[in-house]
Design a binder for this molecule. Structure first.
Ligand code: SF4
Length: 374
């Protein structure tokens, strides 16, 4: 039995946003390029959403299998970090800031919106720089900015911490979850019996990081990486490039955005990030420890790190034992393989990593479950 759903996310049969003739043309090229079965992973949640929202799989040959990757930063965030956010928001003298999407993020028992309703000073802000301004205006308060995201967000958060230090602020803190996309791609390809032969990587993250790390991974695992965007044609063209790589027996990296993405990425952003953060092993919810899987604030900036500056007692519950999100995140299974998908686990009652965020694979499957191939 399905619970309430977000109807605004369902596909409209009259939808004319997709140029079907153009889609069919690319699909035909993919079909004639693929001589045998291949499994390709689209890593990013935004790519998965496009795939399901436009039901692109119905245009693709059956021998081509797409599996959905771990590229949702909220899903990757350990439940203990969300519980820590909720605990810090309740402390006296704390002004707790975050984006609107994090307000409804479920911790073990409740969410930040509930804390706000109970009187905690929880505020929605657009960026860490808004929190920095608040910290300057309210020197007698401790202003905490809670943030989750990949490299595109790390840059701005690094800037806020760097600026706080420059201004000599003593009441600004960052509570962050910054997983690293390339590290988890490596984890996927290292998985025993992985079916994944090629990877579609997210273009926005590569605009910061560049593509050189993917060259290393491609060589190491013999798998092609294609950097794509999020529109239906971006994905389809990415799939075509990936199939061509696979059929040729070659690995390598190809970017659909050669004008916007350079091999070395945004040097200025990378320098700022590495001044404030370092790459370390970290836990991904659902997967466990990922080697060099995320960013950690450097010790020189420890006074801005909410992990070390707030002592809170957090006891997080474990995800449901029936949850198979670890296998989904690694491309071994899809949400409909889960026995509790849409039954006891749905967006209002998430039981595991891939249902907690509206970008999670299980959430996306749930919202587009009426689409033919989902
Ligand atoms: S449907 Fe729920 S329990 Fe099943 S894999 Fe997804 S998140 Fe886990």
């Amino acid at each position: 039995m399905f619970a309430s759903r977000d109807e605004s996310l369902e596909i409209d049969p009259q939808d004319t946003r997709l140029d079907v003739r153009r889609v069919e043309k690319i699909a035909k090229k993919i079909a004639s390029a693929a001589s045998r079965p291949w499994t390709i992973m689209e890593v990013c949640a935004g790519q998965t959403r496009t795939l399901l929202e436009y039901d692109l799989r119905r245009y693709l040959p059956e021998k081509l299998r797409l599996v959905h990757g771990p590229g949702c930063a909220i899903c990757a965030t350990p439940l203990a970090t969300i519980d820590r956010a909720i605990a810090i928001s309740q402390l006296e003298n704390v002004v707790f800031c975050c984006s609107g999407e994090l307000l409804r993020l479920k911790g073990s028992d409740c969410d930040l919106l509930e804390m706000k309703a109970r009187g905690a000073d929880v505020r929605v802000v657009h960026s860490p720089l808004d929190s920095l301004t608040l910290a300057r205006k309210m020197p007698d308060k401790k202003v905490v900015f809670f943030t989750i995201g990949f490299e595109t967000k790390v840059e701005l958060n690094a800037l806020s911490v760097w600026q706080a230090k420059r201004l000599g602020l003593k009441n600004f803190y960052l509570l962050y979850s910054h997983p690293c996309v390339s590290a988890v791609c490596s984890r996927v390809l290292r998985t025993v019996d992985t079916p994944v032969k090629g990877i579609l990587s997210p273009g926005d993250v590569c605009s910061v990081t560049g593509t050189s790390e993917y060259e290393r991974l491609s060589q190491k695992y013999g798998a092609p990486f294609v950097i794509t965007g999020y529109q239906p044609f971006d994905l389809l063209e990415g799939i075509l490039s990936c199939v061509k790589f696979l059929e040729s027996g070659k690995s390598g990296v190809k970017s659909q955005y050669e004008r916007a993405i350079s091999r070395d990425g945004n040097q200025q952003a990378k320098a700022l990030i590495s001044e404030v953060f370092e790459v370390k092993d970290r836990e991904w919810r659902g997967i466990g420890n990922v080697e060099r899987g995320g960013y950690r604030m450097k010790s020189e900036f420890a006074s801005y790190d909410a992990f070390s500056q707030f002592e809170v007692d957090v006891k997080s519950r474990a995800d449901s034992p029936s949850c198979i999100s670890n296998q989904i995140l690694l491309g071994l299974k899809v949400p409909t393989d889960c026995p509790v998908f849409g039954n006891s686990c749905h967006p209002n009652s998430p039981q595991g990593a891939t249902m907690v965020s509206n970008q999670g694979t299980c959430f996306t499957y749930y919202n587009f479950r009426h689409n033919h191939s989902a």
